[in-house]
Design a protein around this ligand. Structure first.
Ligand code: UT7
Length: 311
């Protein structure tokens, strides 16, 4: 047996903020945002909806889609940099809301790479038979740390949650290879200070293009995949130009890259699982498909894995 995904769920707030809406709030244009980032609109949560509320909605669906109940969950991991509070963790709040058993629960802070860190952590516990069913949620309410006066960051981000239940799947399926990494020297390029996200966009861009491409190629090689074998690439949805660079580095055609950035913007830890959940809903991903996922984020951090879809 190996560790794979048994069920997915997602939640996006109803409120849509378009580029045209942002034009009215700051010195920017729909044209600039679309051509420089690929984003057309994003979802923004209302005042009453916090990170744990979105996590709860996505988690319920993932558990249901896995054919399980909350009592079957053995470990809860939440990847987020926008928890409701520094502590208790969103994972503990979620355990209570789900009425799960008194299983271990913790948040993972690896910014946009958080879901990759979560999946790889879950895999270790599943592989060594410590825990059978692991719930992992990628969730962000980035709007609460967005400085709406800073057009360099405000146009990029959105709020969302997406969740997976991981567990044992048949041999040959599930996670085939992975790579995680971090470089604290780059922490100064993307961080939170005085409540707000601060970013050196150009430095993050350069790092992301290099690291996403390299990590995607490494995990494909480790799994013995040739470019023709790859059915889908699911990159972190940060900027369409960064995503395209990683696709080109892998040498796969455009239609094999899952793209949701146009409608959700960059949702950090939620972005990769949200794209996967969307692709599943659209019926794109089939049993046995080979998927490469790759992300990067503040820290700086990165993570990639290959997954053969199915139980
Ligand atoms: O999850 C990880 C999160 N971070 C990222 O993924 C960020 C990675 N970086 C990027 O995606 C890009 O660097 C940005 C989208 C943030 C910026 O794109 P860029 O092509 O690197 O633009 P730039 O920062 O070099 O700015 C070009 C121009 C500047 O004007 P001047 O100096 O040439 O006159 C900016 O002031 O664009 C201006 N600009 C804007 N104009 C209209 C910057 N933001 C905006 C804006 N609307 N929102």
């Amino acid at each position: 047996m190996s560790a794979g995904i048994l069920g997915m769920g997602k939640f996006v707030p109803e409120h849509v903020v378009t580029n045209t809406d942002l034009e009215k709030r700051m010195d920017t244009s729909d044209e600039w945002i679309r051509t420089r980032t690929g984003i057309s609109e994003r979802r923004i949560a209302d005042e009453q909806t916090n990170t744990s509320d979105m996590a709860f909605e996505a988690a319920k669906k993932a558990i249901h889609n896995a054919g399980l109940t909350a009592k079957d969950i053995d470990l809860i991991l939440v990847a987020t940099v926008t928890p409701d509070h520094p502590f208790p963790s969103v994972a503990c709040m979620l355990q209570e809301r789900l009425e799960a058993n008194h299983v271990p629960a913790m948040d993972i802070s690896a910014a946009c790479s958080g879901f990759m860190y979560g999946m790889v952590t879950a895999k270790q516990f599943i592989d060594n038979n410590t825990y059978r069913h692991v719930l992992i949620v990628g969730v962000e309410k980035l709007s609460k740390i967005t400085n709406w006066e800073d057009r360099g960051t405000a146009v990029l981000f959105g709020d969302a949650a997406a969740a997976a239940v991981m567990g044992p799947v048949s041999d040959g399926k599930g996670i085939l290879s992975f790579e995680l990494g971090a470089d604290g020297n780059g922490g100064k390029y993307l961080y939170q200070e005085d409540q707000f996200i601060k970013m050196n966009g150009r430095e993050v861009f350069k790092f992301a293009v290099r690291q996403m491409g390299e990590s995607a190629v490494h995990v494909a090689e480790k799994a013995g995949l040739k470019k023709e074998d790859i059915d889908y690439l699911i990159p972190h949805q940060a900027n369409i130009r960064i995503m395209e660079a990683s696709r080109e580095r892998l040498g796969i055609p455009e239609e094999k890259m899952i793209k949701t950035i146009q409608k959700y913007g960059n949702t950090s830890a939620s972005s990769i699982p949200l794209a996967l959940a969307d692709a599943l809903e659209e019926g794109k991903i089939k049993d046995g498909d080979l998927i490469v996922m790759v992300g990067f984020g503040g820290g700086l951090t990165w993570g990639a894995l290959t997954l053969k879809w199915g139980k």
